[in-house]
Design a protein around this ligand. Sequence first.
Ligand SMILES: [Zn+2]
Length: 431
Amino acid sequence: MTANDGRRVLRMSSLFRSLKVRPSGSIPGASAESLLVACRGPLLVVAIGYALLLYVLLAEVAFNPTGPIHIGRHFDGRRFWDQSTVVHPGVGYDGQFYYYLARDPLLRASDPGSFLDRPAYRYARVLYPLLAWAAALGQASAIPWMLLGVSLGAVVIGTVAAVDVVRLLGASRWLALVFAFSPAVMVGLVADLTEPTTFALVAIGVALHLRGRHRAAGWTLALATLARETSLLVPLGFFLHAVWRRQWRESSAYALPQAVPAAWYLWIWARFGVLPAAQAPPNFGLPFSGAIYRAGVLLGWQVPLLGETAPASPFPELVFVGLSVAVILLGLTRLILHRDVFSLQLWLQAAAMFSTAALVWEALISYGRVLGLLYLFLGLALLAARVPPEGCSICARMASAACSLHGGRLPPATSRQRSAGSSLQHDRSGG
Ligand SMILES: [Zn+2]
């Protein structure tokens, strides 16, 4: 950036500050420009952090972009390999399936079962490999770079959406960095997985929801379902919360776009003779069976059944397992006192995680990603509880009945929260 550019940015930012009508505490009408100005600091940190992360990642594999894919020899993807492709002995990791799908997005191969472990299940998550293929303009040699590029773009866009969300909830824009550097997003980027794309779409969906743009939010979340089907819980949560508040038009905005992934699954069914869900791995079992299994492995009480290894010092991870179980229990019970949309989203995530099996809890890299949305909605539910109805930007923009933080039939406890909330605001303005 030249000195001239710097001056121009400064001039622009003061211009946007002067244009802003409302005080920064309530940001109901925050314009796109003021959002971009607010994002500059967090995006600079994201740029530096991810440049370092990518440098370390790629330096380890001599700057060969096929290294992070973790291709294993077990699945016969030879048709997609050349002299420069890094191929490991063993089964590899999930990134290899997205790489193969990006190389053959129409799945023209007559034998997809030879290079995909569960063809219908993997093909259901078509969005990320399809974007990488499109960004590479179909060029095979560019696809490994574009798998990283699409994820990097998703981190940037997702961070902008996260800044918007935390500002709409009256919190510091720097909290968006928790999203950008969350384990799910970081691990997903370095291993060419679907999480950065999925989480960015979920963040955009949440921002649009808070802005009352439910139709756009619904379509964005339909794309998130096509990136990773587990994110279907998010539009389901918005749908149920709207039904509960008798906001019929809002509820249909989240339900109808899901016809697109549904049609995609039916097409996969016609093609492979099996629905994607029928090929899903056995991820569910008895309540907390997965968490108990992992804790047992960490403590040496349980023989590892899935070929995994326990870390030398199990205690940091044991703390995380215990914390996650506590968050699941909190998520299951929080709805009793809190009826905001994020407490409902948290309940759905907690209900889904409640009975995840050993396969999910095989390694930190696996359950750390799966728990990503649970922790995201825990954070949003805690932030939402700090927004009093009087200072709520969403109540101010819409009828308060339509505010998904304060609308609907609220439990008696709410009047108590309301006074606690307003005293909180007095404290804030006083401090
Ligand atoms: Zn409100």
